[in-house]
Ligand binder design. Structure first.
Ligand code: NAD
Length: 327
């Protein structure tokens, strides 16, 4: 089965080629993102393997189906970027990797918290510049702080466990409370109450019509003044211009983002020689109390290995008529 992997980076190539690739699967690595401009590259490929910023909207899916594609194998857990009704209408199967390493993402959320709280991003630059002063680097102890976890599935629950280890008080919001998180002592509350009480809020829910801009101007006003917000979920869970206003007024004290609503045009590419055209992101990057990473929470050896192996198993399962991890 000829399989074209769009948006493939060197680490994808390494992880797939280190996995157990069945003889029936012929892998072709394509660094370009899947868009209407690049979809023709997939002609005669029955399997297209896509990542989070690939375009899987109706026009692209129609062109894929016309070119002979039958299976979209997502290398991600999230599938908010796929037009599922169109895929179904065209007879395109869609499979995903529901869980690869919740630890990878949860630990990255914690890394953002510690970077912001202890100003590691500023200290790193300062010491490299020969400036060994400490002013402006005062942090706070995590023990005893109240942490709000929005979405307590696999990643949120893992994150909650780590924060319980720091001695934090846990609040949670999820339409389906997780007994494992309740067992940590977390209290489930309505979102506005969680936001009003938490000093740190971390988002781990999927992006859908109910969660788009879950954090907006009104919900930011509900938050404790000076609180920290962490988003490793999806960019559109937050209204970014509203975050900028809240940072300017001091209502939001710290912001850690691994995802950005307009990331598709930017992330995973070296654009360091080019003027940044995105004025919202440019403004965000001026704040000393903001850390942005370019959707790297998933990027651990363990997660990459699991993504590669599950994707290969998904393709073989589909080819054998016993699909697994269907969306
Ligand atoms: P999961 O399905 O195990 O958990 C999601 C949880 O969110 C569920 O418990 C669900 O009930 C809850 N939820 C649904 N609607 C909600 C709402 N309106 N408010 C609050 N909670 C709600 O998924 P997961 O594996 O924990 O992943 C969570 C999200 O993390 C994914 O959807 C994806 O967008 C994101 N993610 C990001 C990265 C990254 O690299 N930054 C990597 C993997 C996943």
């Amino acid at each position: 089965m000829r399989t074209l992997l769009y948006s493939s980076q060197t680490y994808d190539r390494d992880s797939f080629l280190s996995a157990d690739v069945p003889a029936d699967i012929e892998l072709h690595f394509q660094p370009a993102r899947l868009t209407l401009d690049t979809v023709a590259l997939a002609d005669q490929y029955p399997v297209v393997c896509a990542f989070i910023n690939d375009d899987l909207s109706a026009p692209v899916l129609e062109r894929l189906a016309a070119g002979g594609t039958k299976l979209i194998a997502l290398r991600s857990a999230g599938f908010n970027h796929v037009d599922l009704p169109t895929a179904q209408r065209l007879g395109l199967s869609v499979v995903r990797v529901p869980a690869y390493s919740p630890h990878a993402v949860a630990e990255h959320a914690v890394a953002l918290i510690l970077s912001l709280n202890r100003h590691l991003h500023r200290a790193y630059n300062r010491t490299r510049d020969g400036d060994f002063t400490l002013h402006g680097l005062t942090g706070f102890d995590l023990v005893g702080k109240t942490v709000g976890v929005v979405g307590t599935g696999q990643i949120g629950a893992t994150f909650a466990r780590i924060m319980a280890g720091f001695g934090c008080e846990l609040l949670a919001y999820d339409p389906f409370p997780n007994p494992q998180v309740e067992a940590l002592g977390a209290r489930y509350l309505p979102l506005d109450q969680l936001l009003a009480q938490a000093q740190i809020v971390s988002l781990h829910c999927p992006l859908n019509e109910h969660t788009r801009h879950l954090i907006n101007q009104a919900s930011l006003q509900c938050m404790k003044r000076g609180a920290m917000l962490i988003n490793t979920g999806r960019g559109a869970l937050v209204d970014t211009p509203a975050l900028i206003e809240a940072l300017k007024s001091g209502q939001l004290g710290y912001l850690g983002l691994d995802v950005y609503e307009e990331e598709a045009q930017l992330f995973f590419e070296d654009r360091s020689d080019l003027p940044l055209q995105d004025d919202v992101l440019a403004r965000l990057l001026t704040f000393p109390n903001v850390v942005v990473t370019a959707h790297q929470a998933f990027l651990t050896q363990e997660a990459l290995g699991a993504i590669a192996q599950t994707t290969l198993d998904n393709i073989m399962g589909w080819a054998a008529g016993t699909p697994q991890n269907s969306v």
